[in-house]
Design a protein around this ligand. Structure first.
Ligand code: NDP
Length: 241
């Protein structure tokens, strides 16, 4: 059977790049989106369109999805994975950093959902997986605005799940704990980066990998359409919080 189109945002590194490799290995056609298009093109994956898209630009995001759908048919899975983490204390952090996180992590996800939801409803099939975080279900120090954005993703996913359930469309979220990717490098406060690194060392090595997360997402998607693994919290076994 011909495999259906999968759209992955934030595919230029970390979880998104690992997902691209995992899904492509199994022959899925892909649309990969991020700003660093050369990183995605460098993967050289077959049946894959790579587009330089900022997920906060809904017009560009939608144009890329429609172009890929012309070639491969309607999107069957959208993984809203693009995100930024700028850790900081609420009392001192620059509001521009809060805005960036809310724009990318929340508005970017909502943009993606609206782009695919109507066709999924009409066709009575499809899956949306939003990458939230363990910081989207519980608080962590210096994560104020990041938690606000990820609790936002958890909340909007739960609402959308209810709205889409009657249309046989799955809306799921995955909430990973700490995994080594480029994510921490976005934070501009060196003391917080050092504190985070010390915490990771104090709980033991973080051995869970981006590939583990990618495989979990693929497993979740490949369950029958009637099976909704609604919310997954996945961490390193050694993570104690
Ligand atoms: P990375 O920093 O490695 O990857 C983030 C990806 O998002 C990159 O491909 C980046 O691409 C993309 N991105 C960032 N901003 C935009 C934008 N405005 N438009 C389009 N793409 C964008 O981090 P991870 O792989 O770790 O992060 C993936 C997701 O997982 C994020 O939502 C993150 O919050 C979440 N997460 C990560 C955890 C971890 O410990 N690693 C834990 C819990 C959740 P580019 O810069 O090229 O645009």
């Amino acid at each position: 059977m011909t495999k259906k189109l999968i759209v992955i945002t934030g595919a230029s590194s970390g979880f998104g790049m690992e997902m691209a490799k995992e899904f492509s290995n199994d022959g899925y056609p892909l649309l990969l989106l991020a700003r660093r298009v050369e990183k995605m093109e460098g993967l050289n994956l077959p049946n894959t369109i790579c587009k330089k898209v900022d997920v906060t630009d809904k017009t560009a995001f939608e144009a890329a999805v429609r172009e890929a759908e012309e070639q491969y048919g309607k999107t069957d899975l959208l993984v809203n994975n693009a995100g930024v983490m700028l850790l900081g204390d609420i009392a001192t952090q620059d509001a521009a950093e809060w805005k960036k996180m809310l724009d990318v992590n929340v508005m970017g996800v909502m943009n993606g959902m609206q782009i695919v939801m109507n066709d999924m409803k009409k066709n009575r099939t499809g899956t949306i997986i939003n990458v939230s975080s363990i910081a989207g279900v519980q608080p962590f120090g210096a994560h104020g605005a990041y938690c606000a954005s990820k609790f936002g993703v958890t909340g909007l996913t739960r609402v959308a799940r209810g709205e889409m359930a009657g249309h046989n469309v799955r809306v799921l979220s995955i909430c990973p704990g700490a995994v080594g990717t480029e994510l921490l490098s976005h934070t501009t406060d060196q003391a917080i980066i050092d504190g985070y690194t010390d915490w990771k060392e104090s709980v033991g090595a973080v051995n869970i990998t981006a590939a583990d997360v990618a495989r979990t997402i693929k497993f979740t998607y490949e369950l029958p359409q009637a099976v909704s693994l609604r919310e997954i919290v996945i961490t390193d076994t050694m993570q104690d919080a």
